[in-house]
Write a new protein. Structure first.
Length: 234
């Protein structure tokens, strides 16, 4: 069973193909091009190099957010189109869960995605009996609030995600020896993690389909907030 997964939640565009529990290929690129320019060519090049057609895919996986509103819309539209055309299952996976899944760590794992204005999208995860458990559900938090929560409740922490780069000094200053920062190769979004999670969750997520699957923004877009502000007269 072949799974194609993508993650366009951040500046990192990444796609991967998994065959059962074997990774066949993964492409990732972090550059100023928009995902609308590079995503489909990346997928095509990867499949061509694997001598696969898009019709050979059995399951489509996609990171549903949180993250970049535009990036999520592009990724979601792309993968839903594939699933619709070939009438194949589609699985939505939290970007934060995908980031946490990158890591094997005995303490708590805290992925952080930049949400601007000194905030991050985050959650808290821990491995228990070979399964990744979600302790704090995905949310948006002020950095100070998150660091206070971590400092007061946990002694062994590993963090990853693009929020790590932006707040590195503050994290190390506030958490000290309690925290480790993930290596570069597992600090960014990886489609291979989304693919494996999609494969593992294919039965429990069977209600997802290309009609009802939507991004999980965790907050309204700026356009939606502006519209509500104008409607309220503020």
């Amino acid at each position: 069973m072949k799974t194609l997964a993508i993650d366009t939640s951040t500046m990192m565009a990444t796609c991967a193909v998994l065959e059962d529990n074997k990774l066949l290929g993964e492409y990732s690129i972090n550059q100023e091009m928009t995902h609308s320019e590079n995503l489909v060519p990346m997928i095509k090049e990867m499949l061509d190099n694997l001598n696969l057609n898009i019709s050979d895919i059995d399951i489509y996986g996609v990171a549903i957010g949180p993250g970049s509103f535009t990036g999520l819309r592009i990724g979601m539209a792309t993968i839903k189109s594939f699933a619709h055309v070939f009438d194949k299952p589609i699985i939505g996976i939290s970007t934060l869960e995908g980031l946490a899944f990158n890591l094997t760590f005995s303490g708590v794992i805290v992925p952080m995605i930049d949400a601007r204005r000194n905030r991050v999208y985050t959650g808290i995860y821990r491995w228990e009996k070979g399964r990744l458990k979600n302790i704090l559900k995905p949310c948006i938090m002020e950095m100070e609030e998150l660091l206070k929560l971590l400092n007061e409740n946990y002694d062994s922490i590993m963090i990853n995600g693009n929020g790590t780069h932006l707040h590195r000094s503050k994290i190390l200053e506030r958490l000290g020896s309690k925290v480790e920062i993930a290596p570069v190769g597992v600090c960014e979004c990886r489609a291979s993690s989304i693919a494996e999670l999609s494969f593992l969750k294919r039965d429990e997520k069977n209600k997802d389909n290309y009609y009802n699957l939507t991004p999980d923004y965790l907050r309204e877009s700026q356009a939606q907030r502006e519209l509500k502000r104008k409607e309220s007269g503020n």
